[in-house]
Ligand binder design. Structure first.
Ligand SMILES: [Fe+2]
Length: 135
């Protein structure tokens, strides 16, 4: 089931980053499928773990690119990434303490955050990467 559909309006015009953002969308779709199909707690935990690991890798890569171009708002950008990572960790803990509380609400949060982040602050760094040909 595809709940989060990638479209060009999410493109930051940097292929490698777009590809990773697409990967995040795919993982959210997998989480959605798991939740709606009532998958076991272990499967949900696996998907959340994978989402967490993928997110971490992606954020660190993005941050290292921004460091290379001396992006002036890097500190703020890192703080936003950390907030998202902490949210995933919280949901994972919640999954163990009270599995029934893990609902579609989580997905709306993750999706809204991700879309706002990609369409907002991620777009802001594009000119800096382009100027240094790091795209
Ligand atoms: Fe970002």
């Amino acid at each position: 089931m595809e709940l989060f559909k990638w479209s060009n309006r999410y493109s930051v015009c940097i292929e490698s980053i777009d590809e990773e953002h697409k990967g995040l969308f795919q993982l959210l779709n997998r989480l959605y499928t798991s939740l709606t199909e009532g998958d076991a707690q272990e499967i949900l935990a696996e998907v959340i773990d994978e989402l967490f690991e993928y997110t971490q890798k992606h954020f660190r890569r993005e941050e290292s690119l921004l460091k290379q171009v001396e992006y002036p708002y890097l500190k703020n950008h890192i703080a936003l990434h950390e907030y998202f990572e902490q949210s995933i960790v919280r949901y994972r803990e919640q999954l163990y303490s009270d599995p029934s509380s893990l609902t579609i609400d989580i997905l709306s949060f993750l999706r809204d955050w991700l879309i706002q982040h990609i369409q907002g602050v991620d777009m802001d760094y594009v000119p800096y990467l382009k100027a240094k040909n790091l795209s």
